[in-house]
Design a protein around this ligand. Structure first.
Ligand code: HEM
Length: 512
């Protein structure tokens, strides 16, 4: 507070500023920032103050961008300035530790981990993730048939299993992977521990600080779990039983090629490697399960689009289950998925960037340390690019005349290129998961719609559909919708039989 009062006295009156909401002494505008659905407040302010505005929470300045061009100018063209990450109060030293690739500052460790993960992902994409996505979907459909009420659980587990299979050849860790991701996301979100908003509480001494103690335990358990997985995988590599389509195998093979055939490493090196793989593994779960849960919701609420996609699938695949080979022929399925991620963003605030040095933009000085947020929720509702942005309109990707329409439809829309790629962030920090998002969501969407009709559940008392609040989420940085109900019915007895047969055919091959 004293620092602020002194800086007000020093500040020349005329210093140019971006517009923004009225700021109050000391608090700035922290008092009316909601902990849940914060993006709605940012959207409201964007309508009031324009595509770039600034606000303050105590002594931290934020610049909020709601325009693609401005975001590109700052976060891409000036990526050498705006690619840091801000401190999240309730995580410990995440800017420098190996277990937080996406939350580190840009230093050599970040560069190494990012390069490694990018190469591993690109290699696996060449082989469409070695068929694991298609194997896991057969398990998922079987479970959906047997126990449809648990569809939300199974959806997250499907995503966790694909990642754990790719990382360590151990899909059984998929459930734990999802839970661990969820807790980590809670701890790093404004909707999480109160210490993320009332930061001074974080500095209470450890013996009366439940938030700090929780975080120390959470982080230690997660790191120990990752390290154990690495060591098990190393043991299996030595034995010759670790499949070569895992990231762990790729890493050990690299060590061998670098002249370390015995894979001797000290603990620090092992921790580094286990965190590098563990983090990619972890970040790939909820990022995909959130959009998939919203996709099922959208299909239940928009039977007309469900029907269009099913007619397309039936025309192309008939009685066989869809696979990645059908990608080019199922644009309606892809449009429904792409529109889901636009309509209900999985990362609605974007991931914050931080200015690494002083800069000036449009005549306004931006200080080192300023946090820049390109608000994804607002970007997805810019009327010129996304007309009728509040509504679910997959036709914007399918029909000429819409600003986001792109040809050929055998290629667009997708999650790797073309319009709407701002969902995956900006410049040097762009998401590394686009390839797997493309495959995993496509196989999921096409297969579920091939096998099932999805409808809102009816209340047995009123006879009316049970309402779904499509905006109710956990408000994490990467979010999932709150629990909701939906009815799944196999589209025919024949399809149900096929789903069960396919389920049995993979049981022996999958780790359960
Ligand atoms: C629809 C799903 C997904 C969306 C919308 C999404 C979105 C994002 C966004 C907005 C960022 C921050 C970019 C920035 O700071 O400008 C990000 C970063 C990242 N994403 Fe994703 N993501 C998705 C799926 C995935 C998956 C499946 C993986 C991995 C398997 C992944 C791995 C990463 C990593 C490693 C980063 C950190 C990059 C860095 O800081 O250097 N993402 N993602």
């Amino acid at each position: 507070a004293i620092q602020q009062i002194l800086s007000w006295r020093k500040k020349p009156e005329s210093e140019a500023k971006f517009p923004g909401p009225k700021q109050y002494p000391i608090v700035g505008r922290i008092h009316d920032l909601p902990r849940f659905s914060l993006w709605l407040k940012f959207q409201e302010w964007a309508h009031e103050h324009g595509p770039i505005y600034q606000t303050r929470a105590v002594d931290q300045t934020f610049i909020i961008i709601s325009d693609e061009k401005i975001a590109e100018e700052l976060l891409v063209k000036r990526g050498h300035i705006y690619s840091g990450r801000p401190q999240i109060r309730s995580l410990i030293d995440h800017k420098i530790k190996p277990n937080y690739s996406a939350l580190m500052d840009r230093h050599d460790m970040w560069k190494y981990q990012r390069k490694w993960a990018h190469a591993a992902m690109a290699e696996a994409y060449k082989y469409h993730f070695y068929g694991h996505v298609e194997m896991e979907i057969k398990r998922y459909l079987g479970l959906l048939l047997l126990d449809p009420a648990r569809f939300l659980d199974y959806t997250r587990e499907y995503c966790g299993r694909v990642m754990s299979r790719l990382a360590w050849d151990d899909a059984t860790q998929g459930r734990m992977n999802g839970e661990s991701a969820d807790t980590t996301l809670h701890c790093m979100s404004v909707s999480g521990p109160i210490t993320n908003t009332v930061a001074p509480l974080w500095h209470l001494p450890a013996f009366i600080n439940p938030w700090y103690n929780f975080e120390v335990k959470r982080e230690a358990e997660q790191k120990a779990w990752w390290l154990n997985n690495l060591r098990v995988a190393k043991h299996r590599f030595h034995e010759g039983t670790l499949p070569n389509d895992t990231w762990a195998w790729r890493y050990f093979d690299q060590l061998v090629r670098e002249g370390n055939p015995s894979l001797e490493q000290d603990e620090e090196q092992e921790v580094f490697a286990s965190c590098m793989m563990g983090f990619v593994n972890l970040v790939g779960v909820v990022t995909i399960s959130g959009p998939l849960k919203f996709f099922l919701m959208a299909m239940g609420l928009h039977p007309e689009w469900q029907k269009k996609a099913q007619e397309e699938i039936d025309r192309v695949c008939g009685d066989r289950m869809p696979t990645m080979k059908d990608f080019a022929d199922l644009p309606t399925v892809r449009a429904c998925l792409k529109e889901t991620v636009r309509w209900r963003s999985g990362v609605p605030l974007g991931v914050p960037h931080q200015a690494e040095q002083d800069d000036e933009y449009r005549g306004v000085k931006i200080k080192k340390g300023t946090i820049i947020l390109a608000c994804e929720w607002t970007l997805n509702r810019i009327p010129e690019k996304y007309p009728d942005g509040d509504n679910y309109r997959p036709e914007r990707w399918l029909e000429a005349g819409w600003p986001t329409y792109q040809e050929p439809l055998s290629r667009y829309p997708n999650f790797r290129e073309g319009h709407g790629m701002h969902s995956f962030g900006w410049g040097r920090r762009t998401c590394l998961g686009q390839n797997i998002v493309d495959d995993e969501t496509f196989v999921f969407g096409a297969s579920v719609l091939w096998g099932f009709n999805i409808a809102q559940k009816t209340c047995p008392r009123t006879g009316k559909p049970i309402p779904i609040d499509t905006q109710a989420t956990n408000s994490h940085v990467i979010l999932e919708p709150n629990s909701y109900q939906m009815a799944f019915k196999p589209r025919s007895d024949e399809r149900a039989k096929q789903i069960l047969e396919e389920y049995h055919s993979v049981l022996g091959k999958l780790k359960l």
